[in-house]
Design a protein around this ligand. Structure first.
Ligand SMILES: *Cc1c(COP(=O)(O)O)cnc(C)c1O
Length: 232
């Protein structure tokens, strides 16, 4: 979550020849890399996982609390055993009459799929490819600003759309918090506090379809103004 790091999926696939385990991939952000020409390779081998989750409320830009579960068909018995509404004979045999309520944790569900469907129809694969590639470039732009700055430093390489950084020569957590409050109080940008490898830091995740390169330049200016005030 801090840095959108990836495991080596080909290597994990190999481990399964030796060990028996359930392999789940949390691809909340990371799954969308499949649409990027330069980053698609990060997902090589992920199709061998038992289950994968991807968040719609992140890069798909649909309202909060909307996610996709992909579970291998061969696991459907274990899914039904785990999730079926066993106390509801009126719902019929869960295997005869397929219904998501017998296959997933939620029983009652809002029609969240409609928003996801509409946005996929509206933007399609090409549209999302553009949004994702643009957000990744913007994260890289912000990343190089930080790398070349005398005031900030990256806590991890920018792998995809998330920039994890801190203040250079930071004395304590309060200094990071102080800077972050100044920045967020501008009302023009919102970043979140984090801890990475034991160090206090800040996390900027770029997922919005409307974010422009000018917005990133604006954020860089705001960061500079906020840090100048923080160290005064
Ligand atoms: C956002 C995120 C989560 C949390 O998922 P929610 O569906 O928003 O609760 C988990 N893992 C990763 C990698 C994330 O980016």
């Amino acid at each position: 979550v801090n840095t959108v790091d990836y495991d080596d999926f080909e290597a994990i696939s190999q481990l399964r020849k030796k060990y028996n385990f359930w392999w789940h991939i949390d691809a909340a952000f990371g799954g969308f890399a499949v649409l990027s020409l330069e980053h698609g390779h990060l997902l090589k081998g992920w199709e061998h996982a038992d289950s994968i989750t991807i968040d719609g409320h992140k890069w798909l830009n649909v309202p909060y609390e909307s996610a996709f579960f992909f579970v291998k068909e061969k696991h459907k018995l274990i899914q039904v055993e785990t999730f079926q509404n066993s106390n509801a004979p009126y719902l019929g045999d869960p295997l005869d009459n397929f219904n998501y309520l017998n296959f997933l944790p939620e029983n009652s569900r809002r029609f969240k799929a409609l928003a996801a469907w509409f946005t996929l129809k509206a933007y399609g694969k090409e549209g999302y490819k553009e949004i994702i590639s643009r957000n990744i470039k913007q994260a890289q732009k912000l990343g190089s600003f930080i790398e070349n700055s005398k005031d900030f430093e990256l806590l991890a390489p920018v792998r995809l759309n998330t920039v994890c950084f801190t203040l250079k020569d930071v004395r304590d957590k309060a200094e990071v918090e102080n800077f972050l409050s100044r920045l967020n109080d501008t009302g023009k940008v919102f970043m979140t506090p984090t801890i990475f490898n034991g160090r206090s830091g800040i996390r900027a995740a770029l997922v919005n379809w409307r974010t422009t390169d000018e917005d990133v330049s604006l954020v860089q200016d705001l960061m500079q103004t906020a840090i100048n005030k923080t160290v005064q």
